[in-house]
Each structure stands twice: as C-alpha cells, then as structure tokens.
Design a protein around this ligand. Sequence first.
Ligand code: ADP
Ligand code: MG
Length: 249
Amino acid sequence: MALLRVEKVYKSFQGFLALSGVSLEVRAEAFHALVGPNGAGKTTLFNVITGRLVPDQGRVFFRDREITGWPTPKVARLGIAVAFQRAQPFPSMTVLEAVVLARLGYTGQTFRLLRPLSSFPEAQAKAQAALAKVGLEAHAGRRVAELPLGDLKRLDVAMALVAEPEILLLDEPLAGLSRAERRRMVDFIGDLLRREGVTLLFTEHDTEAVLALADRVTVLHQGQVLAEGTPEEIRRDAAVRAAFLGGGA
Ligand code: ADP
Ligand code: MG
C-alpha cells in the first residue's frame, strides 16, 4: 500500500507551471528519491505535500486519507515530517532548545512559549531522545550557530524525528557537503531511518548518492514526471540520461 500518494498535482506561480500533473506513490518503508535539475519542481512538490502550498489541481493522500490543503501543523501531526534548514533561524538557541521548540510546534504548544523551555519536561525528554538518535546528545548545550554544517543537518533531522513521523521528507539533505561528508550522511540517514522504520522521501541531484540510498526513484523534469523505477531502471532509462543524468550531475 502507498503510504503517501500524490495524484495529478498542478501548481503554477504567476502563470508559470511549476508542477504539471505530477503523480507519485511512496510505499511504506521505502527510501524514495525525487531527482531532477534545479527548478524541476521538487521543493514545490514538498510544499504541496506538507501544506505550505495548496495545489491548483490534484490531490494528496496519506494512508488513503485525503490531506490536500491541510495546514502544515495538522499534516505534521498526522505523521509527515519535513527537515529543511529549520535550526538556522534560531542561531542563538542551544541545540536542545531548538529540538524542544520543534517538538512544541508539533504538539501545538508554541502559544505557551512565554514559559521557559525547561518547563516542558515531556518535550525535553523527546528532544533528548531525538538528539541521541542522530548522535548529537553530547552537543545538546551548544549554540546552534556553533555547529558545523554536517551537525546542523543532523540537527535538522532531529528536529523532524522529534515529531515521531511515519515518513520523513528531506529536501536536498546532502547540499553543501563535501564528497566524503556526503557518503557519511548517506550512511547515517540510511542506518537511522531503517532502524527507526521511518519511510523516506528525499530530493537530490547527486546521482551517485541517490543510487546509494534510494530503492525507488522518481525523476522530475520541468514540473513533470519523466520516469519512475528502481535505481537500476532509472540508470538505464534513455530519456532520463538524455534529459538529466548525462548532464554530469
Ligand atoms: P527545485 O526544488 O526542483 O529546484 P522548485 O520547486 O524550487 O524547484 O521550483 C520550481 C519552479 O517554480 C522554479 O522555476 C521556481 O523558480 C518556481 N517557483 C518556486 N516557488 C516559487 C514562488 N513562490 N514564486 C514564483 N516562482 C516559484
Ligand atoms: Mg529545491
């Protein structure tokens, strides 16, 4: 059964068609890659799935329940978490505080933030557990601004995992990392999510990394699905090679 299903989604910006009839199915416990060049519509699709954007047409389902246009916090509470550069807006917070704040966001408690974060013991415990999962427990007291990029990405993952999601959406989790760091991050994400039983939908344009991590690949090109299949099928697909993979990405 598909855990997440996107059906014929269209989204345009001032007449520019960013998504043009995109359909996608992510099976439970899959590691599903959404690949495509810059501007293909990957982030827009994530924004539609997570309720940050409402599609012009088309529908989004989670476990056969239609969630099209649901507000983002409600989508998160259903079990869909997204990690993209969320910690950076809070550079002066500690690592632990950032994850506690994320937890409070998911549980709809941010309106009570006039209280100190230490007065939320449940969120603190969940945050500590999430930091342990990503290997940042020893850095809980550091300021977010002090973290190197690799740790910042782990923090982003912790801020998503603290929602205890069934599916995690990672938008370009390897962006900005060196080749060696990419390999480490791929291993880290793969081991972590397999252990947690969390389904993954991620975007990436480094094909080597995609083939190492994904068991299913959807290729997006100019707002349309160009191909869908196993990494091996995608590697062999002539249309994909012509449009994208051959470009040395
Ligand atoms: P990707 O993540 O694959 O690089 P995006 O989804 O960010 O692609 O963007 C797809 C296309 O939609 C791009 O041409 C981009 O300029 C355009 N676009 C995305 N968001 C907006 C927006 N809020 N307003 C106008 N155009 C946008
Ligand atoms: Mg993008």
